[in-house]
Design a binder for this molecule. Sequence first.
Ligand SMILES: O=C(O)CCC(=O)C(=O)O
Ligand SMILES: [Fe+2]
Length: 206
Amino acid sequence: MKNAPLPEGIRLIDGWFDRDGQVALIAAIRAVVAEAPLYRPEMPRTGKPFSVRMTNCGPLGWVSDRAGYRYQPLHPVTGCPWPAIPEVLLALWGEVADYPHPPEACLVNFYDETARMGLHRDEDEAALDAPVVSVSLGDSCLFRIGGRERSDPTRSFRLASGDVFVLGGPSRLAFHGVDRIYPGSSTLLERGGRINLTLRRVTSPG
Ligand SMILES: O=C(O)CCC(=O)C(=O)O
Ligand SMILES: [Fe+2]
């Protein structure tokens, strides 16, 4: 599946980060998490906890609780501003986003071996002309992507450590999710699991 042509606006770049690059990114994310600890968000309305733990870096961070999904400048548990987006991620955005303004949020998702993420669209950003740029680190996952309607057909492929995935153009509002993690598929994280980083432009400049 990974080799079949992808829908317009989707780019999958296998192995963008080599092992050294992945190790450096993990160090940068550890520094982010030391300042802005991972926490478990809750679903709007029901308050059901996510299986994924999250934090953010950047001027804005994506959060979810009973009140809904939104971006905000402060960590919901510590009340502190999110730390800055690491330079290497700003550089990645500059190389692949094809968008003239920097990202404002980097959502950090941590999946343990049983975590998953249901099909959803990233639609809480005003700047829908900017892509979402995603980096996978640690264990591989089975990623699913469909079309703009929930009922559209989907396809699935594995995302491995170091892969970069760009969701933009006509696919910016495509439904996507993570069906499963493959435990033990990477040695990057000592205790296993998968980290996903998504860079997002939230506000529309001008
Ligand atoms: O973990 C992934 O690869 C996808 C994460 C995602 O879709 C999101 O954070 O909105
Ligand atoms: Fe998403």
